[in-house]
Design a protein around this ligand. Structure first.
Ligand code: SF4
Length: 486
């Protein structure tokens, strides 16, 4: 049990070394807003490793890939029970955010378990050992996953097109730069399984012809210029994994999937006597390079803000907020529209965030509080702003272009916080003032009321004059993509 809880802790708090090294390289190669985003990511990784805290507030759904030796003394059922119990314990001890919820009722049991969760894949192998890989998978990088069933006559050109269009549509949603993986052939589920497992493969494919595709297509993805967090830059993907299976003549599935920069994994090995060790190479505090945060000069805003203040903001400005902000994700947006907001939100900021919190005595402590994928709130945002009078929306990945008209009409703006930089965000939260709908919606979906001081840096990504950084970046990416597909 200790071994499993510890491997969950390592996966959540210390990034695999190979991913960290690729992020460092990207930091060296980028400049401007892109470099500032990468600096925030690297700073966040540093805090996580030094303070042994989850690097992102979305601590993911817990996925375990297990190899059990035929002669290992525990049965498969015992191992499954131990993994479920370790997930419960890690929820309180690491701590990790309770992320499992009933898709029908929205009920969250609060301990990262439930039907099918944690996700456990078990293979029986020769030998007497146990190997467990823990791969917490965040929701933001899962969201843009796509399956293309291409006409078989399109062949590899169809794979190429599916890949580029999926990366283009994903834009900033999976917290780029991360790992992109494409697998084709086989059946739908086998293509996905292969694409998923390759997200964790370090290095290139063993076949030259596949390796060439990995290098060529990675270069093309980065030429799209989507960049860190979709705000533009040279690095959209840290790496691309390509793989294939033989296929049926009449079907050609193509699975494209993503890992964000928080491409988390830890592995442990246990012998038949119960001796164990972590066998994955994860960054240690002494491996970290010192990074300076960019964008210290920004516009200081006190909340509540006036419409006039918001109308002064222009896309590309950097902002720091002081005052009250409230979290609201999908469920809280629905509740606001059904029942009204539980507090006066006029002039305040709505933060798309499901924090990791811990109760200490009577007080809630915020452990991690990075932004979640804002696109999920696309359809409800304008109504929520209209109904509550809130003026600012904070999130990651941007929102649909149609909202620019609403922002113009309502005098509102969208501010981007570096996706996954949850510990940086938590440092600016001075106190939890209140929490609403906690019992009903669970920790991530509840409405948390935070008092913040210099919360940021936030980039004005969609302003109240019809400008959107995402739109500009995506327009360029689209014409580049069409050129590549010609
Ligand atoms: S880094 Fe972004 S996509 Fe990844 S888990 Fe965190 S919020 Fe989700």
């Amino acid at each position: 049990m200790e071994a499993l809880v510890e491997s969950i802790r390592v996966a959540e708090t210390r990034l695999p070394k190979w991913v960290y090294e690729k992020l460092l390289r990207a930091y060296e190669e980028n400049d401007g807003v892109a470099k500032a985003q990468l600096a925030a990511i690297l700073k966040n990784i540093e805090i996580a490793a030094k303070e042994s805290k989850p690097m992102c507030q979305d601590t993911g759904l817990l996925v375990f890939d297990v190899k059990v030796g035929e002669r290992f003394p525990l049965s498969i059922e015992d191992i499954k029970r131990a993994i479920i119990e370790a997930s419960r314990r890690a929820t309180g001890e690491v701590p990790i955010r309770p992320n499992s919820m009933d898709p029908l009722s929205g009920y969250n049991p609060g301990d990262n378990t439930g039907k099918g969760v944690p996700i456990i894949h078990i293979d029986l192998v020769p030998g007497d050992y146990l190997e467990v890989k823990v791969r917490p998978k965040g929701g933001g990088s899962e969201y843009p996953t796509r399956l293309c069933m291409i006409p078989p006559s399109k062949g590899i050109a169809g794979v190429h097109e599916c890949l580029l269009r999926t990366v283009y549509e994903a834009a900033g949603k999976p917290c780029p730069p991360g790992i992109v993986s494409v697998a084709f052939g086989g059946t739908v589920e086998e293509a996905f399984k292969l694409a998923k497992s390759n997200l964790y493969r370090e290095g290139r494919h063993e076949e030259d012809r596949v390796r060439e595709l990995e290098e060529k297509w990675l270069d093309e993805i980065n030429q799209l210029g989507i960049g860190p967090m979709g705000l533009g830059g040279k690095t959209t993907a840290l790496d691309l994994k390509v793989d294939y299976l033989y296929r049926h003549p009449a079907s050609f599935p193509v699975a494209v999937t993503f890992n964000c920069w928080a491409a988390r994994e830890a592995a442990l090995k246990m012998d038949p006597n119960g001796n164990w060790k972590i066998i994955s190479e994860n960054v240690r505090p002494e491996d970290l390079k010192k990074i300076e945060l960019g964008g210290a000069d920004g516009i200081e805003l006190k909340l509540p803000v006036s419409e006039e203040d918001v109308r002064k903001l222009k896309a590309g400005d950097v902002v720091y907020l002081t005052g009250t902000i409230v979290t609201a994700r999908d469920e809280a947006h629905k509740k606001i529209l059904e029942e009204g907001a539980p507090i006066d939100l006029r002039g305040l900021a709505i933060y798309h965030c499901g924090p990791v919190v811990k109760k200490e005595g009577d007080e809630w402590k915020v452990i991690a509080a990075g932004p979640t994928t804002s696109a999920r709130m696309n359809d409800l945002q304008a109504q929520v702003l209209e109904k509550t009078g809130a003026k600012l929306v904070i999130g990651k990945g941007g929102m649909k272009d149609e909202l620019l008209e609403d922002f113009k009409r309502l005098g509102a703006a969208y501010l981007a916080f570096t996706g996954g930089a949850a510990l940086l965000a938590a440092k600016a939260i001075k106190r939890v003032k209140e929490v609403y709908w906690l019992d009903e919606l669970g920790i991530p979906e509840a409405m948390w009321v935070f008092e913040v001081e210099r919360f940021g840096p936030l980039v004005v990504a969609m302003d109240s004059h019809g400008n959107s950084l995402y739109k500009t970046v995506l327009e360029k990416a689209k014409s580049k993509m069409e050129e590549m597909l010609r």
